[in-house]
Design a protein around this ligand. Structure first.
Ligand code: SIN
Ligand code: FE2
Length: 217
């Protein structure tokens, strides 16, 4: 067993909170990688800047987004989709750092989804007031693969519901370094993020950054 894998098990330890069958919150799982993650996110954003996209309905999202990996998620007036090219630059998205992939694979494995091989990592930036309405992640071709979400910076309230929009949602506080994994019977669970409260994070200042790893194609 490598030291790195061993570290992963230590990270999760007893701080695992089940959300539903197929879904769990791994508190602090990514925390030891904070510096590396933030440095890599800055490099990605220098190449593919955060932008607030427009939904097919014509609303500008409050969350600013970019992506890394073979595919990025984009939305505009024509719809939502995964695209191999950043529409702002016409260039491929920045590569997914191998350490991102390793972290996501390890987190998925902790929740029972061994062999997760993400090909897309969406990077969301929330400033105070930004939110994400209740939705399902269903633009991915392979819903056999889970979603792995890594939170950095200011804490947020994560809403996690059932397979129907009207199902009751539970609220979870996601803090810096927390990781949520949902897959299997929870893969199409409705989820969202309540408006971000004002605050100041020691490393990231007045923002929350969330990475979601997906198997898009
Ligand atoms: C998402 O649902 O894509 C983002 C979730 C989050 O920001 O925690
Ligand atoms: Fe989502």
């Amino acid at each position: 067993m490598t030291a790195d894998l061993f570290d992963g098990f230590e990270d999760a330890g007893p701080a695992r909170e089940p959300l539903a069958p197929g879904a769990a919150l791994l508190r602090g799982f990514a925390r030891r990688h904070e510096t590396e993650l933030i440095t890599a996110i800055e490099a990605i954003a220098a190449q593919a800047p955060f932008r607030r996209m427009v939904t097919p309905g014509g609303h500008q999202m409050s969350v600013a987004m970019t992506s890394c990996g073979s595919f990025g998620w984009v939305t505009d007036r024509s719809g939502y989709r995964y695209d191999a090219l950043d529409p702002d630059s016409g260039q491929p998205w920045p590569a997914m750092p191998p350490r991102f992939r390793e972290l996501a694979e390890r987190a998925a494995g902790e929740v029972g989804f061994a062999g997760f091989a993400p090909d897309a990592c969406l990077i969301n930036r929330y400033e105070p007031g930004a939110k994400m309405s209740l939705h399902q992640d269903r633009d991915e071709r392979d819903i056999g693969a889970p979603i792995v979400s890594v939170s950095l910076g200011l804490p947020a309230t994560f809403l996690f519901g059932g397979l129907k929009r009207a199902d009751k949602t539970q609220r979870y506080r996601l803090a810096h370094g927390d990781v949520v994994v949902w897959g299997g019977p929870a893969r199409l669970a409705f989820h969202g993020v309540a408006p971000l409260a004002v605050g100041e994070h020691a490393l990231l200042g007045r923002q929350r950054i969330n990475l979601t790893f997906r198997r898009a194609r």
